[in-house]
Design a protein around this ligand. Sequence first.
Ligand code: NAP
Length: 337
Amino acid sequence: MGNIIDPQLVPQRTFYNGVTMPGIGMGTFGSDRFSAEQVSAAVAGAIEAGYRLFDCAACYGNEDQIGEVFKNAFDKEIVKREELFITTKVWNNMHGQGDVLLSCAKSLRDLKLDYIDLFFVHWPFANYHAPGAGGDERNPDSKPFNLDKFMNTWRQCERLVDMGLVKNIGMSNMTIPKLEAILPLCRIKPVAIEMELHPCFQQPELFQYCIDHEIQPIGFCPIGSPTRPDRDKTENDVADIQVPELVEIAKAHNVHPAVICLKWAVQRGQTPIPFSIHKNEYESNLRCTIEDPLTDEEMEILKTIDKNNRLIKGQVFLWEGAKGWEDLWDLDGTITK
Ligand SMILES: NC(=O)c1ccc[n+]([C@@H]2O[C@H](COP(=O)([O-])OP(=O)(O)OC[C@H]3O[C@@H](n4cnc5c(N)ncnc54)[C@H](OP(=O)(O)O)[C@@H]3O)[C@@H](O)[C@H]2O)c1
């Protein structure tokens, strides 16, 4: 069956170990707004459109339904397993000894796969909150980042590679101070770091740190997550797709501003993983990577609209005694304890 957009034309990224991954993928976090059925239907449509990278996670609560879509696509020979690049993540309540394997086994069973292409530690600490927890909710058991505990989780990820259950491993929601402590201790270095990246939150230092260490940056919330739940919104947040410079560039290219966020991301070098259940949107999100690139001048203009506006602040993961969400992100250059 022919794809709407030829996956072979889509930019690819090559990890330090030689493995390749598409330069754009589809997010699958339906959050409170979209059911597992809506998200999995979009995944089915996205495979037909030509997407080959899907960003899943145990905590998104929809791997079972997405797995049905993958199985159907393989059974009907719409796509071969080796043509898809599928990621998933271990959630914060499964960092303990033996739990990472259990989490991976559950994701494999739900996704109906016999290996994962890229397995992430979703957050660098085991601070659990139930799905949908309000922004002010705190778990009294939450603790600051602990290097030994994190390395215990990472060692389990390394063993998943040894066992052949996952091909590559990565980290998410990291900071430079944490990476400085972690990377020298890794037997298997992360191939990718998933982090929030959009024009109003470019994280230039962390982005460059990843490039310098041959780690592929993967950008979540690439459009500025306009549909994120209210608990993840604060009054000072800026909407990327309404920033005048970006809107102006969108007009020049005759596309929605969302598409400009994605062109910028792919041309800059990260791998964006936009989410949408709407066919017209996810198709144009993929198509924009193979046509009508931004000019160098437009890329320069977009560089200037960074407002250091972190959207996913992670306040529900804070521990007793923490001052505020900034403590999660080591803003003074040292790991906050
Ligand atoms: N590692 C982590 O901790 C982490 C954290 C957050 C997210 N993620 C991953 O990143 C993915 C993406 O993040 P996200 O879903 O929060 O944000 P996003 O991709 O920045 O924004 C998604 C929203 O943008 C709108 N949109 C998408 N394409 C569009 C287009 N072409 N034109 C107009 N509007 C468009 C859609 O809204 P409408 O439905 O209203 O059209 C959609 O719901 C997630 O699904 C998840 O896989 C990972």
